[in-house]
Design a protein around this ligand. Structure first.
Ligand code: AMP
Ligand code: TRP
Length: 333
């Protein structure tokens, strides 16, 4: 069987959290040996869909690149680049918008969440966000998209866009598959385990950052909300404990059942301590690698330049074919 073409994108912030790491970044690292190629993109064009500061943006892009490299992405084994360096993404966004239903964009959960109360003040970019995301993936004819559970609807939409394009203009684009991890696709906030961990929508104490100091991590797990029982099992009515079991299973590289049997009869206090220690150990190499890599911006720029060159070689011919199919320029078809 041929290898998958893997594509994923990540927003540029220095405040990546444990949910991003477990739900997405961990899958990228694993994907670079399975994928041919595996392509990872820091989506700075998506970042301008909400209020932002240009000087900050540039810094956060370096932060994100350093986190990804520290996590184990190897520019020799994958393509790592900055979205705005490859013009194909913006051009394809416009072209694909002609086969994207306005109603579908209106139904996107993330749009509804981010748009808030004042719909009129939200940018058009926020509305177009899923079309750009579709262009990101379809420009490479990617077959797999590793993401966390919250991106499910966006991936479903890009599949629909690819199908509609092919129906209207002839077989051109590949309909990609969603890839969410079996454990940890949705890591929950430690304080409010009914909602997902998030730097924008979650609580500060319930969100563990990838670059956080070990003692801060211990504190956050120490105060994690559980329940009034003392059973360490995964169950729908025990979201706090279930979340901690998932986190421990991933951090240790074991599975959920193993964690449950190991902690059978143990108290919540000891259990939380064990989770904290496992996470501290799990994230330590990333934090250390980050401290080493982040200062060398010239080197990060070299990684971006090499990555963008490879990305353009893949995306440009696809966009050229899309243009031709759609009736632009002279035809050789
Ligand atoms: P973002 O920082 O929004 O670009 O998200 C990067 C990746 O992390 C995406 O694939 C998300 O689906 C994933 N992700 C975000 N929050 C969580 C979470 N709480 N649990 C698991 N995955 C997440
Ligand atoms: N929307 C994704 C998120 O918020 C980021 C993203 C942009 C992405 N383009 C993508 C993910 C392409 C997968 C594929 O997490």
């Amino acid at each position: 069987m041929s290898k998958p073409i893997i594509f994923s994108g990540i927003q540029p912030t220095g405040r990546k959290h444990l949910g991003n790491y477990i739900g997405a970044i961990r899958q990228y690292v694993e994907g670079q040996d399975r994928g041919d190629p595996a392509i990872f993109c820091i989506v700075d064009l998506h970042a301008i869909s909400v209020a932002y500061d240009p000087v900050e943006l540039r810094e956060r892009i370096y932060d994100t690149a350093a986190i990804l490299l520290a996590a184990g992405l190897d520019p020799e084994r994958c393509i790592l680049f900055r979205q705005s360096d490859v013009r194909a993404h913006t051009e394809l966004t416009w072209l694909l918008s002609s086969v994207t239903a306005h109603g579908d964009l209106n139904r996107m959960h993330q749009f509804k969440e981010k748009v808030g109360k004042d719909r009129d003040l939200a940018s058009a970019a926020l509305f177009y966000y899923p079309v750009l995301m579709a262009a990101d993936v379809l420009a490479y004819r990617a077959t797999e998209v590793p993401v966390g559970d919250d991106q499910r609807q966006h991936v479903e939409l890009m599949r629909e866009i690819a199908r509609r394009f092919n129906e209207r203009f002839g077989e051109t684009l590949v309909v990609p598959e969603l890839l969410v991890p079996k454990v940890g696709a949705r890591i929950m906030d430690l304080q409010e385990p009914e909602r997902k961990m998030s730097t924008t929508g979650g609580t500060q104490n319930g969100t563990v950052l990838v670059l956080e100091e070990p003692d801060a991590i211990r504190k956050k797990f120490g105060s994690a909300v559980t329940d009034s029982e003392r059973e360490i099992v995964r169950r729908e009515d025990k979201p706090g404990v279930t979340n901690l079991i998932d986190i421990l299973a991933v951090a240790r590289g074991s599975d959920q059942a193993e964690v449950e049997s190991e902690f059978e009869g143990a108290g919540y206090g000891d259990f939380k301590k064990a989770v904290a220690e496992a996470v501290v150990e799990y994230l330590a190499p990333v934090r250390e690698g980050y401290a080493e890599l982040r200062p060398d911006e010239a080197e990060l720029e070299r990684v971006f330049a090499a990555g963008a060159e490879k990305a353009r070689k893949l995306a440009d011919p696809v966009v050229a074919e899309v243009r031709e199919r759609m009736g632009f320029g002279r035809t050789s078809l």
